[in-house]
Design a protein around this ligand. Structure first.
Ligand code: SF4
Length: 273
């Protein structure tokens, strides 16, 4: 099946597999949906750390997730949770199936490219829960770093970003650039923004901690990459928060880069607490 054309769909910001603002001016509706869903689950019988641990476990097995969705007579707690996520979130993941069907045998070994639709849904909830769990610790950290994807830059500009202490830094060469806009916002909140190109996060965290700093990290990336980065930070004991890109539109997914956005209002809320 032919996937969406990112050029003709640019006005609606359609992603290869997920689109948080395809039919809307921004992704506010998505953030309202995921927040309401998390509130509702936490108001029922889930504790936040237990729910996070449960969905991380469930997210490991695509086959198990698929089974929980398909067997509607399964009324276990996990099955009800996964079907509920699907009911609320599948409108943001319209093209996962056609994307998966178009993968080559080699590409199917790429865990990021081969993320299943149910995994997208548990990852969405995982990001929301992590932001709630670690938001305050992140904001209280003595050193706050943000890592932005280079695909968020203005693709028409001759990017002047330059390598600095940790990684590349935006030089603000054009006003319409979304890396520039996000970087300005981050700096206003005392966060040092970097374009993630080559930084080795594990050794960076070790060095900063050895020097007596408390370090917190904010990530912006497509959903599966963001979850991978969040887990890396958690394994290193670093308070982490994240905001997904509004869609996945970079060369890894499309073979070429396409203009992309991130919800700056959500970013501001996360930074302000
Ligand atoms: S504003 Fe920053 S990230 Fe954007 S093109 Fe210029 S230097 Fe690169």
């Amino acid at each position: 099946m032919k996937g969406p054309d990112p050029q003709t769909d640019a006005s609606t910001l359609r992603g290869k597999t997920f689109s948080l603002r395809e039919h809307t001016e921004n992704s506010d509706e998505y953030y309202s949906t995921i927040a309401t869903l998390a509130d509702s689950l936490l108001n029922e019988k889930w504790k936040i750390a237990d729910l996070l641990s449960e969905i991380r476990k469930l997210g490991r097995s695509k086959r198990r997730l698929r089974g929980l969705v398909r067997h509607s007579d399964n009324n276990s707690r996990e099955a009800i949770l996964i079907r509920r996520l699907r009911a609320e979130l599948s409108r943001y993941t319209p093209d996962v199936q056609s994307h998966l069907e178009g993968l080559s045998p080699l590409q199917r070994w790429d865990r990021i490219l081969a993320t299943s639709e149910e995994q997208y849904h548990v990852y969405m909830l995982e990001i929301e829960l992590v932001n709630r769990l670690y938001g305050e610790d992140f904001r209280q950290s003595s050193i706050k770093l943000a890592f932005l994807p280079h695909c968020l830059r203005d693709l028409k500009a001759d990017c002047q970003a330059a390598q600095r202490d940790v990684d590349y830094v935006c030089k603000g060469c054009t006003v319409g650039c979304n890396v520039n806009n996000a970087s300005k916002l981050l700096r206003r909140h005392g966060v040092k923004p970097y374009i993630w190109m080559s930084a080795n996060l594990r050794s960076l965290f070790k060095r900063l901690k050895r020097e007596g700093n408390s370090v917190g990290v904010l990530g912006i990336a497509c959903i599966p990459e963001l979850v991978r980065g969040i887990r890396l930070c958690m394994r290193s004991g670093v308070p982490v928060v994240g905001v997904p890109l509004d869609a996945n539109r970079c060369a890894r997914w499309w073979g070429e880069f396409h203009w992309n956005t991130v919800n700056l209002q959500k970013l501001e809320t996360l930074l302000a607490g």
